[in-house]
Design a protein around this ligand. Structure first.
Ligand code: NAD
Length: 252
């Protein structure tokens, strides 16, 4: 690809939910959107849903698999040597009482959420340096506030926040900024899977705006953080949570 003016955004876990909305936002702003996901059927369907110009690409890749990540980013950078935005959004959630979480549960969550974020960032670093790009890691308000059922998920997200600060320090002097967004609850397939009726009621009581966030409200923040308007923001964790953290009311 020879167009030096073409901006490229890579979004992981972008076949659906928050990740799709982020990819859609970059695409509609004129970026070439690169979608990475491990669910081929949903990802292939993105071509029917994405609306924008300057094209898109998609790659089947499990972000927790080091070989797959390496070969995927080799293929991406062969075609697009410079990357302008990397959004590490791929994530899974297993909500269980701490005493019932198996080591397999724990490892699965850490592998995708934390290791995937580390691996994709490292694999794209030279391309991000070339593009003077920016990383946004999708954390969660569950990584800020501890609550029941989230020992693996919350810990993985807290670790992502610290990883973000490390990246801000260690990549910052190469011209690559790194920030994290910590969403409150957002209505997606993941929320359908892990938010029980009890959790939904307690969110409604505890969130000052008294509602779930939308995927668009999260993509607005991510797009801003990658934009020139955020050129001096580096190493920050920004919550988009309707005031949930500020209110400090507990979950069951
Ligand atoms: P989702 O389950 O709807 O979508 C996640 C996407 O990631 C899916 O397309 C899935 O196939 C993909 N994925 C999962 N494992 C993968 C892997 N190993 N490799 C590549 N792709 C993989 O979830 P969502 O609600 O859109 O969540 C997106 C991100 O936002 C996650 O990191 C999640 O933890 C975070 N988040 C979600 C909420 C919420 O309430 N929905 C709140 C806070 C943070």
């Amino acid at each position: 690809m020879n167009d030096k003016n073409l901006k490229v955004a890579v979004v992981t876990g972008a076949a659906r939910g928050i990740g799709f909305e982020i990819a859609q936002r970059f695409h509609s702003e004129g970026y070439h959107a690169i979608i990475i996901d491990n669910d081929y059927t949903t990802m292939e369907d993105c071509q029917n849903r994405l609306k924008g110009k300057n094209g898109y690409s998609y790659f089947l890749c499990d972000v927790s698999n080091p070989e797959q990540v390496k070969s995927t980013f080799e293929k991406i950078t062969e075609q697009f040597p410079a990357i302008h935005a990397l959004v590490n959004n791929a994530g899974i959630a297993i909500f269980k009482p701490a005493e019932e979480v198996t080591f397999e549960d724990w490892t699965a969550v850490m592998n995708v959420n934390l290791n995937g974020t580390f691996l994709c960032s490292q694999a794209s670093l030279s391309a991000l340096v070339l593009g003077k790009g920016s990383i946004v890691n999708i954390a969660s308000i569950s990584g800020v506030r501890a609550s029941t059922l989230r020992i693996a998920y919350g810990t993985s997200k807290a670790a992502i926040m610290h990883l973000t600060k490390q990246q801000a320090v260690e990549y910052g002097n190469k011209g690559v900024r790194a920030n994290a967004v910590a969403p409150g609850p957002v209505e997606t397939e993941m929320a359908k899977l892990v938010h029980s009726a009890d959790i939904r009621t307690s969110y409604a009581d505890a969130i000052p705006l008294a509602r779930y966030g939308s995927t668009e409200e999260i993509s607005n923040m991510v797009y801003f953080l990658c934009s020139p308007q955020a050129s001096y923001i580096n190493g920050q964790i920004i919550a988009a949570d309707g005031g949930f953290d500020a209110a400090g009311v507990g979950l069951p």
